[in-house]
Every structure is written in C-alpha cells, then in structure tokens.
Design a protein around this ligand. Sequence first.
Ligand code: ADP
Ligand code: MG
Ligand code: ZN
Length: 484
Amino acid sequence: MKYIPVIGLEIHAELKTKSKMFCDCLNDPEEKEPNTNICPICMGHPGTLPVINNKAVKFVVKTALSLNCQIPESSRFDRKNYFYPDLPKAYQISQLYAPLSVKGFLSINGNKIRIKEIHLEEDTGKLNHLQGENSSLVDFNRAGRPLMELVTEPDIVSGEEARRFCEELRLIFRYLNVSEANMEKGQMRCEVNISLGLNKKKLGTKVEIKNLNSFRAVERSVNYEIKRQADLLDSDDKVIQETRGWDENKQVTFSQRTKEGAQDYRYFPEPDLPPLTNMSKVSAKASSEIPELPQAKRERFLDEYKIPQSDIDVLVSNKNLADYFEQVISELKTWLKIKSIGDKQALVKLTVNYLLTELQKLLIDDGLKIEKCKISPENFAEFITLIEQKEISSSAAQTVLKEMLKTGADPSNIVDDKELKQVSDKDALSKIAKQVVSDNPKPVKDYKEGKESALQFLVGKVMAASKGQANPEIARELLKKQLD
Ligand code: ADP
Ligand code: MG
Ligand code: ZN
C-alpha cells in the first residue's frame, strides 16, 4: 500500500472509586434500579456546589505516572457546555486548559506511542430508547461518575497495534486497581481516529470511529477503515472528516455525522472548584503505591524463570495469577532450601504446566477465579514436588488436584486417604508382573512373536492389579525383563 496509516486513540475509563466525582453518591456500576444513586449535586440543581473526589485524582496520577507522564504542579477543571438530555447541568466538568497530566508514552512491541494527556472528568447519564415507542427514558446513576480520559498522539500504525495498545492499557488499569475496564460493560470506551497520508509529515483527513465495544472491534474497524480510505484515495475521491460507527454484524463502519468545523463548547474555567495544587506531593504518595507493572514483570519473569514468552504472557495477563505463581515458586524454594530456582527448570516447567493447563481447566469448569481458589500456594508447591519425585502418577495427580480444589486439603493427606501413592518398589511389582504373565498366555505369546502392542496390554493389567498405583515405567521394565 502506498499510504501510511496514522492512528490516534481517545480512551475513557470509569474509575473504581466508592463515591462519584463531585458528590458522595455511590459509584456503583452494578446498580440496576434507575435513578437510585443521585443527589442534587449530580442532578445539577441550582445552588449546589461540587467537591473534588481526591481518590479519583490520585487514581489518575497513579495511571499517569505508570505511563511515563508529567504531572504539572497545578491543574484545573473546565466547563464544557452543551445540551443533551443525559447531562443535567447542561455542562460537563472536564479539563481542557490545564489537564492533570501530559506527555507520556507506552511502548507496544518496541513502538513508542506518545500520550498527549490524561485528564479527569465526570460521566454523563444514560438514555434508554424504548423499543417501538416514541420516547426515551433517562437514568442518571452514571451521571457524575469519575471518568479518566487518555488521548494519544497519532503514533499508532495498524489495527493490531491499536488493539494491543488498548489491551495493555486495560491490564495496567487492572494492575493499578483504578478501573475494572470492562469494555462490554462500558467501563472502558475506545474511540479511534484514523487517516491515511502519503508521507509522515503531511497528515490526511481523519475519520473518528465510535461505539467500539470490544478490542476485536478496535482492530477490525481500523483495518476496514484503512481499506475504505485507500480505495477512496485510489479512485481520486476525498475522505471526508466525519464520525463513523462500527456495525458488528456487517463488520463495516458507517457514517454517523459529518463534522463541519470544530464544535464550540464554550469551555471556561470551572468557577465552583479550586485548582488542584501541590501535585508533587500527591505524585510522591501515588508513586509509592504503584506495583510492578506488566512489562517489567514480563522481563523479570523471562530473566528469573526462563519460561517461554507465551506462558509469561498468560501469567502476566492476570496479576493474581502471576502473584500465585510466584508464591508457589517461593514455597518450592523454601522446600528445596535454595535461593534461585533458575537451574531447577524441570520443576518450574511442571509448575507452569499444572498451573496454566490443569488447574486453569478445572477453574474454568467450575467458573472460578484463581483468587477464589481453595488451594494454598504451599499445598500447590507440595503437590508439584509429589509429581516431580514420582510419588504420584500423572493420572493420580489429576485426582489429587480435583480433590484439593474441592476441599483445600493437603495433597499428601489426599494421597494417603485415597491410596494413590505410586508403587515403585521392584519386589512388590515383580510379584504382580509374574502373576500377570502367568494369567495372560495369549498376549505373552503375541509379544514373543513380535507384537509390541501386547506389552502395553500387559502393563495395563499390572496397573489394574495394583489399583492404578504401579509406576508404569517400572512395570514395563520388569515385564520386559521377565518376557525376554
Ligand atoms: P479533535 O480536536 O478533532 O478532537 P485532537 O487534536 O484532540 O482532535 O485529536 C484527537 C485524536 O485524534 C488524538 O488521539 C490524535 O492523536 C488523533 N489525531 C489527530 N490528527 C490525526 C490524524 N490526522 N489522523 C489520525 N489521527 C489523528
Ligand atoms: Mg478531542
Ligand atoms: Zn450525587
């Protein structure tokens, strides 16, 4: 393609504070009954005054610092004036002239995507358009909830990169515990701006895409729009500046409204709120509360545990899972009395496999999450050593794991109670093997005539005779010896 895609994002995230942005109404995204969490302040009654929610300010500062942004020493709120039925004050308190944070970046696969600013504002209410009726209802529960807006510079180059940027942001929001950032629930909303240029200097006319409610939709709508705009330019048509929506069923963008010049919101400094000052103090406090972030964790995991990148990505994609994994590793280290697990590759690999495949499978079946899992990291570590030391077979391991998940019991107790200990004792197994050989003349004959699969059948018989407790490798070895 002869055009260069230029993409910038505007992302809103609802903050997870207890109360709303400027009043003490509950900030509860799960509230089903309309117009419950409202008061004269968020309903815009005359004579009321807003009060800044400091927790919301701190959440934005934490996010901004995590994204390498600068926090000016003071900032300010502004009024954005417009009329809409979901906006009771007929203005939204937002930030335009002096936002909370500016000039950051987030790298995606080595491409540094600059962040222009992250500011704080209040959410609007919600309109419910009644099916088949000529009217709409308005629910103000959402009005006045704290909303963080992040604006990037147009540094993104593809649909995939746009999606990855949004996914990484969501992960950071969750690590910081500032937003649930669930796209389907509207807690995170992404708007895409996209244009095609002939070179890096001269930008083309941009189109804005709204109503994207999944990461997949972000990627696909960008790809669709690149193609649509390229086709227009190829046939000497013009791209017009407009807002487009995304049709999930047809997988196409469609025109919503054309922008004739910039809208004038008559922004002016909010006279009812004091400026935010002494931000370096707020920053210092917020900074001390930032945990290790996903990218740093990925790099450290690779260095410390030497596991495949794909496993690292899965572990890091859920902070609780990553924490659980490290607690298990730490128990293993205590157990083995070692400082570094780096040269115990088999053990680390076993832990990752049982955590990411076996345990995850059971958790998904039960609709459970790792943070609600009954298995303590200590018990999980003990379970791993039982497998590694061949105390239990891999099929017994399945039984033990299921039982641990159900009761939270100690794995060695389960092994004792259910008689699952693997028998590797050669004398005991030899006896069983002898019996199996004399009880099964036909397969024995088959094996001696060269039918290899008959041996597997005999191993199965030893397993059955030992109620599944025989070590299959040793059983096979003993049978072979006797037959040969
Ligand atoms: P507006 O005033 O139209 O909202 P902004 O300058 O605030 O425009 O930018 C909004 C978003 O659009 C930002 O994410 C920015 O990176 C992006 N953007 C700006 N110009 C372009 C362009 N020519 N092509 C693609 N995205 C752009
Ligand atoms: Mg804008
Ligand atoms: Zn209120």
